[in-house]
Write a protein of this length. Structure first.
Length: 155
């Protein structure tokens, strides 16, 4: 193969590598497990989430968060396994009134508004959802992204 051909191959490989690196840093593909987001999402669906900071989340957005330690009882995941992820709806974001009617657990806190580094998340199907009703606020550090493409069917 002539030198020009090798340069083209190298350029294509570099472009693909850069694209994959960008996608890994900015996107997250998550499979839905359980019934907590029915009817919006069902077990087996996949969602594509964009990694964004808490400031870009709005009430009503479907978000991906790391499962709180209270849910996993502080146990680390198995080697090579991703930490537990939850897909929930953002119910209240920083600056919103604390929703003590929907989330009585938050009455323990003295805030009138959701703190700047916190988020209130709820599942769409309450009887099957582990969310802020059981664990309180979700920390900004646990926010992984906002769902951009819901219901990609797993094949």
């Amino acid at each position: 193969m002539p030198l020009l051909g090798w340069l083209v191959v190298a350029g294509v490989l570099a472009s693909v590598t850069a694209g994959l690196w960008w996608a890994r840093r900015h996107l997250l593909l998550v499979s839905v497990v359980g019934r907590s987001m029915e009817p919006t999402l069902r077990a087996g669906d996949r969602v594509l989430a964009r990694r964004v900071p808490l400031q870009r989340i709005r009430a009503g957005d479907v978000v991906v968060v790391a499962a709180p330690a209270a849910m996993t009882a502080g146990r680390p995941g198995r080697p090579g396994e991703e930490p537990g992820l939850l897909i929930k709806r953002a119910h209240a974001v920083p600056g919103d009134p604390v929703p003590v009617q929907r989330v009585p657990l938050l009455r323990r806190h003295d805030e009138r508004v959701v703190p700047a580094d916190r988020l209130v998340v709820l599942g769409d199907n309450p009887p099957f959802s582990y969310d802020s009703r059981e664990c309180g606020y979700t920390a900004a550090a646990d926010l992984l992204g906002v769902v951009a493409r819901p219901r990609l069917r797993a094949e």
